[in-house]
Design a protein around this ligand. Structure first.
Ligand SMILES: NC(=O)c1ccc[n+]([C@@H]2O[C@H](COP(=O)([O-])OP(=O)(O)OC[C@H]3O[C@@H](n4cnc5c(N)ncnc54)[C@H](O)[C@@H]3O)[C@@H](O)[C@H]2O)c1
Length: 465
């Protein structure tokens, strides 16, 4: 992938000019003209970076001070190398700022929208600034003949782009989405203080759109920027940003709770976390990040409880760690309720141990699900090739094994045949094939997201998707 602009090294003005010229020459001559709404932390950087990639950019803000500052070469925010990049963009006549939305939309082909979306008092996302921008863009589009693309970049809840903002543009413009204008959602992943570097070396580019032309045009802007481009549904793109930020916040809180506990126990938390992070197979990886079944087994619940106990010994409040077991219990209840809400008395489980390939029944969340369903009057039947008389079930183990044996069906096929509802808890080839066989006649509840072609079947239900 082309390295566009070396933001790691402070380039002299002359070097910047050479780099910019090289960039401009690498792009097609008929590239679209851009307008960027909102010249805050995101918009100011985005405008200048696109301008220095060779696009003609008009920045728009209601704040006259910011507009005047940017036109005079003064960055309206403190951000590494923004001043020098702005100077280059202005000198090349690739960037100008205005308060006039009409001027900006009329003189551009694509509008990127990065206005603020602060919190309401109750924590919900305030999208009023986006609504105002959408109305003003729509009004200008009313009298514009050429196709225009609107790319929303502000962080917003899923559904906002399609269900709220697009209809607003349609109403204000009297034009048709997908025909006269296109809409995309393209989240911003830059971090303040390294924003310019992050723009060119983005961890990823995500374009959400249900409109192919819009998605293609939007992704063409990022062809020369580092990072993989993901095309997805609009609501997926909207949700990614929230998922990313919640994960980052969780990481900080988790690390700090481990740190507080380590300090109390006189353990070097940085040594612990350095080794923890070096494990990219199980720790910093996709592992355990797949929505579906609850956790269980002989280690995770036991060891989380031990850590909670240690925290209470040191009289430490660790709310993130202390809520893990509770969260898992809530998830087990959710699974029970999702199964119970279906009509049909006979429930068949494909898999009972906490994961395939082991006969260990200790703290399998599926046992809690089976017990609850039985209490609610469901007739439960099981299939699990792993379970033997010697299977480890810990306390009360013999009783559980005896109960499970009584519920067991000899073959998985027989189980499916005699069930109204089939619950799949193990991701195996055998179960996947069976689900495909029975997908048109039985209710299937999938806890492990099988790679089945029948996910669209009417009777198929994913537990978290
Ligand atoms: N700051 C970050 O690091 C960051 C990173 C990724 C995503 N985001 C998201 O990007 C969005 C923008 O964040 P920000 O930090 O740049 O906000 P900001 O408050 O710094 O800037 C928003 C700008 O929009 C302008 N504005 C408001 N209404 C306008 C209108 N109708 N027309 C033109 N301009 C208008 C404001 O005057 C302001 O200058 C938010 O949704 C935020 O969550 C921010």
């Amino acid at each position: 992938m082309l390295k566009l602009y070396n933001t790691d090294v402070s380039l002299s003005d002359e070097n910047i000019k050479i780099e910019i010229n090289r960039l401009a020459n690498s792009l097609p001559q008929n590239r679209p003209k851009l307008s960027v709404f909102g010249l805050g932390y995101v918009g100011a950087v985005t405008s200048v970076c696109f301008a220095n990639m060779g696009y003609k950019v008009i920045g728009v803000d209601l704040d006259e001070v910011k507009v005047d500052q940017m036109n005079s070469g003064i960055a309206p925010i403190k951000e590494a190398r923004l001043d020098e990049n702005l100077a280059v963009a202005l000198e090349a006549k690739k960037f100008r700022a205005t308060t006039d939305a009409k001027d900006a939309v009329e003189n551009s082909d694509i509008s990127l929208v990065s206005v603020c979306t602060p919190s309401h008092v109750n924590g919900s996302c305030n999208i009023s600034y986006l609504i105002d921008v959408s109305k003003s863009i729509g009004k200008v589009l009313k009298n514009k003949d050429s196709y225009h693309l609107i790319i929303y970049r502000s962080t917003i809840p899923p559904g906002t782009t399609q269900e709220i903002l697009t209809p607003i543009i349609e109403e204000a413009s009297g034009k048709k989405h997908g025909v006269d204008f296109g809409v995309c959602f393209n989240p911003e992943f830059l971090r303040e203080s390294t924003a310019i570097k992050d723009f060119y070396k983005s961890p990823k580019t995500v374009i959400g759109s249900n409109d192919k032309k819009a998605a293609q045009l939007a992704s063409s802007l990022y062809e020369n920027v580092e990072g993989e481009i993901f095309l997805c549904k609009t609501e997926v793109a909207e949700f990614i940003k929230y998922t990313d930020n919640t994960w980052h916040a969780l990481k900080v809180s988790f690390a700090n709770e481990i740190g507080r506990l380590c300090k109390a126990a006189n353990v070097d938390s940085h040594a612990v976390m350095d080794i923890f992070c070096s494990d990219t197979k199980l720790n910093i990886s996709k592992k355990y990040l797949s929505p579906g079944t609850a956790f269980g087994g002989s280690c995770l619940p036991k060891d989380v409880r031990a850590i909670q106990n240690l925290a209470s010994y040191f009289e430490l409040d660790l709310p993130v760690i202390n809520s893990i077991i509770k969260s898992n219990e809530v998830h087990v209840d959710y699974i029970i309720n999702r199964i119970s809400m279906n009509a049909g008395q006979n429930v068949g489980f494909l898999g009972v141990t906490f994961k395939p390939g082991t006969d260990d029944l200790r703290e399998s969340p599926i046992i809690a699900v089976i017990e609850q369903l039985t209490e609610r009057g469901k007739h439960v039947r099981l299939h699990d090739n792993n379970i033997t008389k010697n299977s480890e079930a810990c306390e009360g183990g013999n009783k559980i094994i005896a109960d499970l044996a009584a519920m067991s069906t000899r073959t998985a096929f027989e189980l499916c045949k005699s069930s109204d509802i089939i619950v799949v808890t193990h991701h195996t080839k055998e179960y996947q094939e069976l689900i495909e066989t029975f997908s048109q006649e039985k209710i299937i509840i999938d806890l492990v997201r099988l790679n089945t072609k029948t996910r669209d079947a009417e009777l198929y239900q994913g537990i978290c998707w």
